[in-house]
Design a protein around this ligand. Sequence first.
Ligand SMILES: [Zn+2]
Ligand SMILES: [Zn+2]
Length: 774
Amino acid sequence: MRGSPPKIDAKARLRIEVKGIVQGVGFRPFVYRLAKDCCLNGWVRNTSGNVAIEIEGPEENLGQFLSLLKEKAPPAAHVQNVTTRKLPVEGDIDFVIRKSQPEAGKYQPVSPDLATCPECLAEIFDSENRRHLYPFTNCTNCGPRFTIIKDIPYDRPLTTMSGFTMCPECQAEYDDPFDRRFHAQPNACPKCGPSLQLTDGDGTPIPGEDPLRKAAELLNQGYIVAVKGLGGFQLACDATNQRAVTRLRKRKKRPGKPFALMMSSITETEKHCQVSPEEAKLLLSPNAPIVLLRWHKDVSSVTSLVAENNRYLGVMLPYTPLHHILLSYTSRPLVMTSGNLSEEPICQDNGEALRRLHNIADYFLLHNRDIHARYDDSVYLVERRTARAIRRARGYAPTPIPLPFKSQQVLACSAEEKNTFCLTRDNYAFLSQHIGDMDNEETMEHFENTIGLYQQLFRVQPEVIAHDLHPEYLSTKLALKYADEKGLRTIGVQHHHAHIISCLVENGFREPVIGVAFDGVGYGTDGNLWGGEFLVCDWNHFERAAHLEYVPMPSGVAAIRKPYRMALGYIYSLFGAEIPLTDLPIISKIPADEVNILKAQLQRRLNSPLTSGAGRLFDAVSALAGVRGQVDYEAQAAIELEMLAPDDISQFEPYPFLISDGADPAVIRLGELVSAVVNEARNGVSPSVISARFHKTVAEIILETCRLIYRQSGPKTVALSGGVFQNRLLFNLTVDNLKKEGFRVLSHQMVPCNDGGISLGQAVIANHKNNGKE
Ligand SMILES: [Zn+2]
Ligand SMILES: [Zn+2]
C-alpha cells in the first residue's frame, strides 16, 4: 500500500500538450512518477495526436515539473514540442493515468521497434526470474512497436498482441505505474504470451521441450534455419561453416552479395572486426543496425564466402531476446540475412514463409505473434566519425525527418531501386522503411500496402503526388494511376535534383548549393541517363552546370550487369572502332561475335542510350583494370575496385582529364583518363595502383568542377549525394579536397545517399513547386 494521496493546496492548473514520439515509450508512467515527485495532482492520457496532461498544484512545483518533463524524458521518447495553457483550478486530489482518447484526424509519430534493454536482458539470463529464457520479454523501454501497431492510439487492442490475454502477474505489472512494464503494450511472459515452434521444411513440428536450443543445435550442425524475427523472417546459418554458407548462397540465388552477420557481443565482434567507439555506440544503441565494420580477415573465423572481395563485414548485435538466447546457445557468429528469395520482399507470415522459403531453409523457427509491418534490418556505416544510413528501416523508420517548414500533404513515390516512399504533413516527413527494388509484383504490393499503413497511422491524405521523370519506372506508373484515381496533381522531379535536396533537407539547409550527384543512372530532362551531375540548385529549381561526358551504354540497362560492355562503350565512343583490345585482361576474352554485335550497336546507335552515370565510369574502369567484367549484385565492380586500393594512396598521382567549360553545361572529357587506364592495364600495372589513381582522379574532377562553378559565381557550399558516395575512399578524398579549398560540405547522415533517400527530396521539391503554383 502506498497510503492515501496527500492533500495539496492547489494554486494553479495547467493544460500541457506534448508532441513527438511520446507513445509506447513509457512516457505516461514517467509523467505519473514526475507528478508524484513534484506533489502535483491531475491526469495524463494519450490522445491520437499527442500526450495531454492537466496538472495542478503550487506554481513553484509546476515550474519544476515542466523543466523536468523535457530533461528527464525516457530514453526512447523524443519530445519535439510542449505547449501549456492556464486553466481554472479543479481541486483534483490525486494524479491518475486516464484511458486513451482517439480524436478524428489527429495523428502522432510512432516509435520504431527498439532493441532489448539491459534490464530485460538481465532478467532473461537470470534463472530465478519468471522470464528466464523467455524470447518475447520486453518493457516500456524496449521491444516491438511499429511492427505490431495496426492503428493509433498505441494501445494493446490495436496491436497484434490483442489476442493474448495477460496473466494476473503481467496484468499487475501493466497496471502498476511504478513498474517498468506499466502500460507496456506487448507485455508478456511464458504463461500468457507468444511462444515458439520449430518445424521442418514442410511445416511439420519437431517435438521437443526447447525449440530455441534445438534450433541452435541444428545451426551448429550446418543447417539453414528460417527465424521469425521482429519485422520478418531471417535466414540463419553458421557463419564459420563454408559449406553452410555456400548452400545458403545457392538456394537463395545470391551468388556474391555480402551477407549480414549477427554476433553475440561487442567482445565477440572485436575478435573479427575493428570496432571504433562510434561504431560500438551504434551497434549497442536501441536502434541496433547492421554496421559495416573493417574485417580482420586474417584472424576471423568467419568464412570469406560471407563477403568475398570485401574489406568490410556487416555486423549487428542481437536485438530481441530470441536472438540473444539463440546466440548464447550457438556460441558462434551467425549469418542473419533477410528471409526472401533474392530481391523479393522479406517474408512476414508463418504460412508465407513456409511457402516461399520452403526451398531455402531446412527448418523454421516460428512464433505466433503476428507481424503487421515488414521491417528489414537497417544498415549503417561510420565515416568521418559520423553514423551514416545506407538502408533505413528497423529502429529508425517511421520516425519522421523534421522539416524546417510547414508542409502540404504530399506523397512521393521515389524511383526504382532501394525504394522508399515519403509522406509529408505539418513539419514532418514520414520517410518509409526500405521497401526494395520495384521490379517484381511482391515488392509493388508491399509498397502499396505500406503506403496505406502510413496514411492510416499518420492520417495523411495527399494533395499532390511526386514521382521520378522516368516514364517506365513502376513507381512513376503507380503515382500517375493513384493521382488519376483521386484527381490529384502530379509533379515529376528530376532524379538528381531530388538526391541533392534530400541532403539539404536533412541538413536543414535552404540556400543554393553546388549539388554533386554521382550515381548509376537517373532519367535526365533531355531523355538521357544522367548520373555524373553538378547541379546549381535550391528547393525549387536546378540548373545543370556540368556533367561527365556522355557515352553510349551498349545494350542499354543490360550493360549494368556486364561492366565489360560499358568498357567497350567508352573505348569505342572515345577512340573509334579501331583500337586493339588484345592484352587487356577482361576485355580481350569477350567472344568475337559479342564484340561485333556491340560494335554494330554502337556504330548505328541502336539500343545504346547515352549516359553520364559516374557508376558506369567506375564499372568501365573496373573491367578495364581487370577487376570485374560481370556482376551479380549492384555496384559489385565498383566496390571490388575500391577494395583493392591501398590504405595510403597519398603517393599516387591522378590521371589526366579535361573540362570543356566553353560548353553549357560544362562537360568533363574522359578520353585521357580512359586511355591512361587502358595503357596501364596493358602494361601490367596492378589493379590496386589503377584503383588508387582512379579514385584520386574522380575526387580531383569533383574539386576542379566545383572550383569552376564557384568562379562563375556559383555557391560556396557543396552537397554530396548519390549512391557513389557510399564509396568511402571517394567520399573522404572528396570531402578533404573541398574543405581544403574552403568549401562548406553537406553530406548525408539520417537519410541514405543512395536512391533510398530520393523520395524525401521529391516530396520537398513538389511541395515547393505546388506552393508556388508553377
Ligand atoms: Zn526492456
Ligand atoms: Zn504473463
